[in-house]
Design a protein around this ligand. Structure first.
Ligand code: ADP
Length: 622
């Protein structure tokens, strides 16, 4: 017994999407065909893969094809495939809700301005739903491979669709578009041929145009990556990138090569120009597609590329893996591991070449994906040689980001470490009291603001034998470094002043005993009176703050408060630091100094109320 026709509502988001699509003043309506042909080709890929383990699914033929049938009399265009097909459940789920990430992204970017939003349709593509740009009614008939029942889905794209059982002779999907007035160009063979050539030439399944009984294959129908580089135009690479990566920008870099010898595979990989919106989501997974002898195997759960190269899109086609490779076999597979290592090497060396040849363009890449690439420094420190050539940093006293090679070139005499400071923003770091002394001596400091920076500087250790060293760690090497040329070395204070300073420091230690680990005289400060630093070997202040923000750390471990011996405020306090009642007189001010250092470091004050009270008291006195 078969069920009767049923009317179902679209998910609210689909309703909204369809409304926009139907009224879009978008000039590039032809992209609907790219989307439908792309879906048809995916459906063939899916069945080809499932047919490997269940050959019965391929009954009726394993020759895949996509056909386009324009009918001028009825003003209908039908796109058919003999791929996996959809049953009732699939139709309801796939064509009644939003399945694809690109479509969700499209919706999230809507501005309400019809013109701008129409442009987004082309940028993100809205899959199947784009058919409503040219059609007032769409009928989908489908029979799933391995099943006997066929289903018809019909909708005018306004709130609901009808689903009903129908007799369908063979597996696969046919999509019939009832064209809107004025869209007859999509019935013209010349036009259809041109659209397929432009957007879908790389599709590995033949796209056949059928008119008046005549059949003509209009695409090249061979997987793009199997063709010779010299036979592929930039335009074709770009269309393939859009198809394979669900992307809508230009590829920033295209890597296409064949590995031969012990291991045989072809890689066709793209680096995007724009940063995809999901780059930093939890999964951190590479979505590069794995093919075996031109059969699509997986775009998920394999270990073909490390997560720190997850911005890459594209395909890798292996000749060495078995076709019936299972999901489990994709984990920890030695062939895959070797391919991975070859691919990583190639990508890194191509990036390096690009960095050398086109440094400006490389900076654009770096600003999009540098933070991801740096994860590799932490996860695979054994690759540090290759990786450290690729990293770029904001540095004090330099305009744009620079390489480590350049940093080393500009190191001062006597400087044997690469100094770093981590924090939330470049602007805040540039004003940090921690770097005052370095700036005064003309020593450059790397300003690190990506969360991953905290971690790799520890695991990587050095570049060309020069250790990375945080300026926030106490005991900085400033005293060893020569002063800026032409500058007087700092004068030693006389013994009286020295004694006063020692008394002040001793007093500060006493007053702040419960709040800091130590109080020290500073070599690094030139303008600020005080600053907080981490002890040698302790966690950096920034890391500590991050961990506390994520509730990974409870109490604040004590830090070191450094005191600028030449600052007028310190000199004044030191002058009164001796005597019985010093603690009573200066205690409040000393606490204020600590709070000031905390504020400069971007730390919250433990007791803002107390701070305000003390500040008011000092202001009244003066
Ligand atoms: P996307 O293709 O990006 O996922 P679409 O809205 O175009 O988004 O399609 C939604 C889903 O419908 C697809 O993921 C696929 O599962 C299914 N689908 C679309 N067209 C076909 C087809 N010709 N054959 C089989 N399934 C299809």
């Amino acid at each position: 017994m078969t069920a009767a026709a049923e009317t179902l509502s679209f998910q609210a988001e689909v309703g909204k999407l369809l409304d926009i699509v139907a009224h879009a003043l978008y000039s590039n309506k032809e992209i609907f065909l790219r989307e439908l042909v792309s879906n048809a080709s995916d459906a063939c890929d899916k069945l080809r893969l499932q047919g490997l383990t269940d050959p019965r699914l391929l009954e009726g033929g394993a020759e895949f094809r996509i056909s386009l049938r324009p009918d001028k009399a009825s003003r209908q265009l039908t796109i058919s495939d003999n791929g996996i097909g959809m049953n009732r459940e699939d139709l309801v789920a796939n064509l009644g809700t939003i399945a694809k990430s690109g479509t969700a992204e499209f919706l999230s970017r809507l501005s309400g301005d019809a013109k701008k939003d129409a442009g987004l349709i082309g940028q993100f593509g809205v899959g199947f739903y784009s058919s409503y740009m040219v059609a007032s009614k769409v009928v989908v008939e489908s029979r799933k491979a391995g099943e006997t029942e066929g289903w018809r889905w019909t909708s005018d794209g306004q709130g609901s669709f009808v689903i009903e059982p129908v007799e369908i002779a063979a597996r696969g999907t046919s999509i019939t578009l009832h064209l809107r007035d004025g869209q007859d160009e999509f019935l013209e063979p010349v036009r259809l041929r041109h659209i397929v050539k432009t957007y879908s030439d790389h599709i590995a399944v033949p796209v056949v145009l059928i008119e008046e009984g005549k059949e003509e294959t209009v695409n090249s129908a061979s997987a793009l990556w199997t063709r010779a580089k010299s036979e592929i135009s930039d335009e074709q690479y770009k269309e393939f990138y859009h198809h394979v990566g669900h992307a809508f920008d230009e590829p920033w870099m295209t890597i296409h090569y064949r590995a031969e010898g012990a291991l045989e595979y072809t890689g066709l990989l793209f680096v995007p120009t724009m940063r995809p919106f999901d780059l930093f989501n939890q999964e951190r997974k590479s979505r590069v597609k794995l093919y075996v002898k031109r059969v699509f195997i997986s775009d998920d759960g394999h270990e073909l590329l490390p997560s720190w190269l997850r911005f890459l899109k594209g395909v890798v086609d292996s000749s060495d893996l078995p076709l019936n490779i299972s999901r489990e076999m994709l984990q920890h597979n030695p062939v895959l591991a070797k391919m991975r290592s070859g691919l990583v090497k190639r990508v890194l060396s191509d990036l390096k070449k690009r960095a050398e040849e086109e440094p400006e363009q490389y900076l654009a890449f770096w600003s999009n994906f540098g933070a991801v690439l740096k994860e590799g420094l932490y996860e695979e420190p054994e690759r540090k040689e290759e990786m450290l050539d690729l990293v770029r940093f904001a540095v004090t006293g330099e305009e744009g980001p620079i390489s480590l090679a350049r940093y080393v070139e500009t190191m001062k005499e006597g400087q044997d470490a690469i100094y770093t400071l981590t924090g939330d923003s470049i602007e805040a770091l540039k004003r940090s009291p921690q770097i005052e002394g370095f700036t005064a001596k003309g020593v450059k400091v790397l300003l690190l603001t990506d969360p991953i920076d905290e971690f790799w500087v520890r695991s990587v250790h050095d570049y060309q034998g020069k250790p990375f060293k945080s300026v926030a760690e106490a005991g900085a090497d400033l005293s060893k470094l020569a002063a800026k040329e032409g500058e007087e070395p700092a004068k030693e204070e006389d013994s009286g002043a020295k004694g006063q300073l020692e008394a002040l420091i001793a007093l500060m230690k006493k007053v702040l005993e419960a709040s800091v680990k130590d109080v020290r005289r500073s070599d690094r400060l030139t303008e600020s009176a005080v600053c907080l630093v981490a002890g040698e070997g302790d966690m950096s202040l920034h890391l500590e703050r991050m961990l506390r923000a994520h509730k990974q750390m409870e109490a604040t471990p004590s830090r070191i408060l450094e005191v600028n011996p030449t600052h007028p405020l310190i000199l004044k306090l030191a002058a009164g630091a001796e005597g019985e009642d010093a603690q009573e007189r200066l205690g409040g001010r000393i606490r204020l100094l600590l709070d000031q250092a905390r504020i400069q470091e971007g730390d919250p004050l433990p007791d803002p109320h107390d701070f305000a009270k003390r500040l008011a008291a000092v202001m009244i006195e003066s």
